[in-house]
Structures are given as structure tokens and as C-alpha cells.
Design a protein around this ligand. Structure first.
Ligand code: NAD
Length: 500
């Protein structure tokens, strides 16, 4: 009998309204293929119950002093630091990424919690004294109420932490709907909030699938939705949430290009392509999946990358491997099918991960690092987001052709250029239609105090995650115009027109 993974309500684990849920999904250990748990899939009524709690808790939390709210944020940071290995182990057990990488993910999330500790400064408004005789104007930012965070499988700690600490610091209550593929990390985060002294009901977790998502998107009391996931679902979440009067930021999928110019340091470029292509088995929204080589780079770079790939160990993330399994058997099969399709369409498979011998159990969802050369933009291995350890090499004759190729792609999450030419790099960062750009840096992930988000089909809405955009997303601005009578000021009297 596998463990039941419940929701989190009123400061404790909550099995839902039926102790043995009617709807649940199996959760796997991807390194063994074994079912390790069963996650409850919330009904609409269960979501309603959690949101009702959050509304009540959120009202009090918004009235709690800034200094008290901030002290909870600082405590959260301390407890997360203390328990980070436990969180990382939970990530590896259900996602499959190697432990080191899971610890890195926790670290990135932690940095957003640290950023949110500075919310009192960021929530300060402006004040204009004497805009008219005896009249002052000032601005304030207030909490929204209940906000929903809907997260993907690939970062079960970091993505919720992009939003939750900022939303809470701003005085909101949060309902998190994690991915049903790796739901346990959310409960550890909930425990950590509770240990930090966050009042019950301010942070909640509803486990679930589309039913829970739809309930949140249409719920009258959910005021904002932060979503991260694939592009079709991001578009749906944006359209449905905004049609129901919510503000929505919906971060979608990606196809990230790394452009290598002939003057680049090719040894460094090869290292970068391997790290960014195969870290987390390519299941990162900032993974490099398309390597755009400006002639004659590919002839030298492809062998350098292949050499490095030969040294990578694919295996159980708890054993010190370089790369873990994919998240589910279905996803592994889908990724492998893109390699088949690429080969059939004429790409050459330079390194083939389909027959990998992993350092781990036979039933794991394995696919080794794979590289295809001579990929064309018409092939499905290029047009689709694959989200696996597959690097496609495209050859182009010039910088302009490389730029056109990147800009023609519908996604615009991240990109990188490798060159020693400062002028070319500067031109690229100006001309490329992508939200996050690396110059000799393969995964240009902004820090917590900048905002994270792509362009085009990689983001629906106009607000990126965390940083000052996060503070704005989770608050509403209000402007107050005030006049306090004093003996030296004449009464304004009656005037039906605008003052001139
Ligand atoms: P997904 O879209 O399948 O799921 C994301 C969330 O939406 C999950 O909580 C899931 O339960 C829910 N969901 C799935 N189908 C739904 C539907 N039909 N209706 C309503 N809700 C639904 O994404 P995933 O496979 O979990 O995550 C991988 C994707 O996330 C990739 O496309 C990746 O690029 C993207 N991603 C993007 C970023 C970014 O910053 N842009 C970051 C991380 C991941």
C-alpha cells in the first residue's frame, strides 16, 4: 500500500473530505519506476473549502504589521536553510534530478525568500507634499486577498518559491496547486511555513489536476493566478483566469537557442552546451535545446561536445550521477520518439542516449544524453519543446541568419550567445526577441531581485516573476489625495469645474 499524499489546510495535512479519496494519481520514483505514493486530486468542493479558509486567514494577515510579517519571512528563510537537504531529497525522490541539482533549486528559491524579506522597503509608496494649497497626494500598495500559484513538475520547490514568499510578504494568502507528478515537496514547504510561525490558513496546498486548476481559475475569491507550465496550458490559464476577472501571469514553455560565433572560445562553449543541455535531463525551462553554430563552428564544436557527453553518467540521482531519469515513462517515451523522428527526417544522431546503460534500477525512466546534428527548422525535434536530454545542432552561414532563426521561433524564454566580439554580443542582446539573454553564460537565470520571464509564447500576461514586478503583481496601488483644514488656509468653496 503506497503512501497517500494529502492537501495542506488550516496548518496541517488534510486528506480532503473523504479519507480515502475517490480521485488520486500515482506518484513514481523515476529512478526505479516504482509507485511511491498516491496523491489526492481535489474536487471543486475541496478547493472551495481551502479558499474559504484562505479568505479568512488572509484578511487578518493583511492587517498584521509589516514588521511581524517580515519576521515570519526571516524565520522561513532560517528553517528552509536548516531543512534544505530534506527538501532536496524529496525533489530527487519524485522528480529524479540529481541531489546536487535539487539543492541548487532550493538555493534559488531561498534567494527569493531573502528578497521578500526586503518587502517593507519595496512596499513604500510615494508622497507629494502640497500639490495644491494644503493638499497632499500619496500612494500605497495593498494586498489582493487570496492568490493561487499553479506550478509545473520540473521545479517543485523553486517555482512555488518564485511567488509564495513575495505574495505572503505583501499580505496575501496563498493556495498552491503543485504538479501531481511530484507533489510531496509542497507539503515540506507548508511545514516550513508553519514552523516559521505563519498563521494557519495563510499558506495552503490543494493537490490536484485540471479540476482543481479550473476551480481556482473561476473562483470568485481568488484574485490573482501565477502559473508556470507548458504553453498550451499557460494560454488556457491566462484566457480563463482573465475572463473571470483575475490578474494572471502565466509562464509557458521554451525552446532556448545558444548561438556560437566563430570567434568564441569553443572549449568553454562545449562545456556550456553540455551543462545547459543535459542538466536536470533537459527538463528545465532554461535548458539549451538548440545549438546554433555559425559556420564553420559546428565542425569543431560537435566533436568537443560529443567527447564531453561520453563522460556523463546517467543514473539514480542519489548515487552521485551526473544526470537522472526523466519524470515519467510516458515522457521518456515521448522524448525518445522525437529522436526517432529527427533521425527519420535526416538529422544525424551523433550521440544516441536511447540505449543508455544507467547506474540504477532497470525499471527507471532512462534516456541518456543525445545529440543530433544537421537539424533543420522544419523537423519536429526543432519545432517542438522536447523537454528532455536532446541537443539539436543547427548550422547557419552568418550572425544574421542565426538571429533570424532565433527570432522566428515562437518561444522567447532564454537564449545565449558565445563570442569574444563585444560588439556582436551587444548587437545580439539588443536585437534578439527573447526575455532572458546570456552572453557567454548558457543559462541566464536572473537573480531574485530581477524579474524572471520570457517573451512571446513563453509568457502570457505582462508581469514577470519575483523582483519588483512580483511585488507589483501581488499588490494593488491606491492613490490618496488629502486636505486637512488649518486656520491659515481659506475654505476652497464651491467650484463645479476642474481646478485650472
Ligand atoms: P504542464 O503544463 O503539464 O502542467 C503545469 C501545471 O498545470 C500542473 O500543475 C498541472 O497539474 C496543470 N495542468 C496540466 N494540464 C492542465 C490542463 N489541461 N488544465 C489545467 N491545468 C493543467 O507542465 P509540466 O509538464 O508540469 O511542466 C513542464 C513545462 O513547464 C514545460 O513546458 C516548461 O518549459 C514549463 N516551464 C516553464 C517555466 C518558465 O519560467 N517559463 C519554468 C518551468 C517550467
Amino acid at each position: 500500500m503506497s503512501t497517500l499524499i494529502p492537501h495542506w489546510r488550516a496548518g496541517a495535512r488534510w486528506p480532503g473530505t473523504t479519507p480515502e479519496p475517490e480521485r488520486y494519481a500515482d506518484v513514481h520514483d523515476p529512478a526505479t519506476g516504482q509507485v511511491s505514493g498516491r496523491v489526492a486530486l481535489a474536487s471543486g468542493a475541496e478547493v472551495d473549502a481551502v479558499v474559504a479558509d484562505a479568505v479568512a486567514a488572509g484578511r487578518e494577515w493583511a492587517e498584521t504589521s509589516l514588521s511581524r510579517r517580515t519576521s515570519v519571512l526571516f524565520a522561513f528563510r532560517e528553517v528552509l536553510v536548516r531543512r534544505r537537504e530534506e527538501v532536496a531529497a524529496a525533489i530527487t525522490a519524485e522528480h529524479g534530478k540529481v541531489l546536487d541539482d535539487a539543492l541548487g533549486e532550493v538555493q534559488r528559491g531561498l534567494e527569493v525568500a531573502e528578497f521578500a524579506c526586503g518587502a517593507p522597503h519595496l512596499l513604500k509608496g510615494g508622497f507629494s507634499e502640497g500639490v495644491s494649497s494644503g493638499v497632499d497626494v500619496y500612494s500605497i500598495r495593498q494586498a489582493l486577498g487570496v492568490v493561487a500559484v499553479i506550478s509545473p513538475f520540473n521545479f517543485p520547490a523553486m517555482v512555488p518559491l518564485w511567488f509564495v514568499p513575495v505574495a505572503i510578504a505583501c499580505g496575501n494568502a496563498v493556495v498552491l496547486k503543485p504538479s501531481e507528478k511530484d507533489p510531496s515537496t509542497s507539503l515540506l514547504l507548508a511545514e516550513i511555513w508553519a514552523e516559521a510561525g505563519l498563521p494557519d490558513g495563510v499558506f495552503n496546498v490543494v493537490q490536484g489536476d485540471k479540476v482543481a486548476v479550473d476551480s481556482l481559475l473561476t473562483h470568485r475569491d481568488v484574485k490573482a493566478v501565477s502559473f508556470v507550465g507548458s504553453t498550451p496550458v499557460a494560454r488556457y490559464v491566462y484566457e480563463t483566469g482573465t475572463a473571470h476577472g483575475k490578474r494572471v501571469q502565466a509562464l509557458g514553455g521554451a525552446k532556448n537557442h545558444m548561438v556560437v560565433l566563430p570567434d568564441a572560445d569553443l572549449e568553454a562553449a562545449a562545456d556550456a552546451a553540455v551543462s545547459a543541455g543535459f542538466g536536470s535531463a533537459g527538463e528545465r525551462c532554461m535548458a539549451i535545446s538548440a545549438l546554433v553554430c555559425v559556420d564553420p563552428v559546428a565542425d569543431r564544436l560537435v566533436p568537443l561536445i560529443a567527447e564531453r557527453m561520453a563522460g556523463l553518467v546517467t543514473g539514480d540521482g542519489r548515487r552521485g550521477s551526473d544526470m537522472g531519469p526523466l519524470v515519467t515513462a510516458t515522457h521518456r517515451d515521448k522524448v525518445a520518439s522525437y529522436v526517432d523522428a529527427g533521425a527519420e527526417a535526416g538529422a544525424s544522431v551523433v550521440v544516441d542516449g536511447r540505449g543508455v546503460q544507467p547506474d540504477g534500477a532497470e525499471g527507471g525512466f532512462w534516456l541518456g544524453p543525445t545529440m543530433l546534428d544537421h537539424v533543420e527548422t522544419s523537423m519536429s525535434v526543432y519545432t517542438d519543446e522536447i523537454f528532455g536530454p536532446v541537443l539539436s545542432v543547427l548550422r547557419v552561414p552568418s550572425y544574421d541568419a542565426a538571429l533570424d532563426l532565433v527570432n522566428a521561433n515562437p518561444y522567447g524564454n532564454g537564449t545565449a550567445i558565445f563570442t569574444h566580439d563585444g560588439g556582436a554580443a551587444r548587437r545580439f542582446q539588443h536585437e534578439v526577441e527573447v526575455g532572458m539573454v546570456g552572453v557567454n553564460v548558457p543559462i541566464p537565470v536572473p537573480m531574485a531581485y530581477y524579474s524572471f520571464g520570457g517573451w512571446k509564447s513563453s509568457l502570457f500576461g505582462d508581469s514577470h516573476a519575483h523582483g519588483t514586478e512580483g511585488i507589483h503583481f501581488f499588490t494593488r496601488g491606491k492613490v490618496v489625495t488629502s486636505r486637512w483644514p488649518t486656520p491659515d488656509l481659506p475654505r476652497p468653496g464651491i467650484d463645479l469645474g476642474f481646478p485650472q
